[in-house]
Design a protein around this ligand. Structure first.
Ligand code: G
Ligand code: G
Ligand code: MN
Ligand code: NA
Length: 253
């Protein structure tokens, strides 16, 4: 596949970058952190969506390199921002694919990136979907508890889309759940009941809750009243580049 060959070269050719979408506190719209999202500027085809190239990377060994690039880059960007603003009460979360989780090198790679960048582990989170964990629950539990012990945050992403087994919330060391936009924007009358129970369950388990895809101010207020602490959506801001994040942080902190 030509695109796979191109992707293989994309890292060294500096065609891959990260953008950062704010995750805000619903109470006062203050920035709590950012989700790092990968972008590929292809020399001929222009911007290719991660929805297209991540699956290609996942189907080969490339995802491990891409994933490591994202983790290392997110950690070093955060350190660079902090060099210019001082210590920040802000985290960055990075998506993790299943092939990465099952890769024996992941733990050492993560430790090496933390050592290289000197980023505090508690300022970084890994985002995993249920399906990533489900592929091999035993091994996932093992590696996730090791990563937790290192001090990284762990977020269960896209919650409410798959065949959510509630046991995932307790069997794995997640500290955060991200409620998928499909549930946040659900048009049926079950929406309120579902959101209320997910949020109260998460809170009783001492987990932070991020609602994704909140479209209106009314929904933000409603979710806040239900006990949801954080939101991430275009309403609060689109993904932005390194310089824009720095500007935003200088304004706020
Ligand atoms: O940013 P955007 O909506 O285009 O992302 C589309 C999908 O690609 C999302 O599901 C997102 O989680 C995924 N994605 C973006 N960046 C990364 C990454 O660095 N690693 C992995 N595994 N997935 C990513
Ligand atoms: O699967 P994951 O949750 O990692 O994907 C996050 C993706 O959702 C990002 O690619 C981002 O571009 C997209 N996104 C962020 N905010 C919104 C929003 O308010 N509405 C919609 N439809 N998508 C969003
Ligand atoms: Mn995510
Ligand atoms: Na999601």
């Amino acid at each position: 596949l030509q695109i796979e060959t191109d992707l293989r070269r994309a890292i060294e050719r500096r065609e891959l970058s990260l953008v950062y979408q704010p995750i805000v506190r619903l109470q006062d719209a203050e920035i709590a952190g950012f989700e790092a999202l990968m972008r590929w500027d292809h020399p001929k085809r222009g911007n290719i969506s991660p929805a297209e190239f991540i699956p290609i990377a996942e189907a080969s060994d490339l995802i491990n390199q891409l994933g490591l690039f994202a983790f290392d880059k997110a950690a070093s960007d955060l350190m660079d921002w902090q060099m210019q603003t001082g210590d920040l009460p802000v985290f960055v979360s990075v998506n993790l694919s299943s092939a990465q989780l099952l890769n024996n090198e992941l733990y050492n790679d993560v430790r090496a990136a933390l050592a290289r960048t000197r980023c505090e582990p508690r300022k970084l989170k890994l985002e995993l979907t249920e399906s990533v964990v489900m592929e091999n629950p035993e091994q996932a539990r093992l590696i996730l508890s090791k990563l937790k012990d290192v001090g990284l945050g762990l977020a269960l992403d896209d919650f409410g889309t798959g065949h959510s087994s509630l046991s995932y919330l307790t069997r794995f060391p997640f500290d955060t759940i991200k409620i998928d936009k499909a549930l946040v924007c659900d048009g049926t009358d079950k929406r309120t009941v579902l959101l209320r129970s997910v949020i109260s369950m998460a809170r009783e388990l001492d987990m932070q809750v991020v609602a994704e895809g909140i479209e209106s101010e009314e929904d933000a207020v409603e979710l806040g009243n239900m006990g949801c602490e954080f939101g991430q959506s275009y309403l609060f801001g689109p993904p932005i580049g390194y310089d824009s994040v720095l500007r935003l942080l200088k304004e706020r902190f």
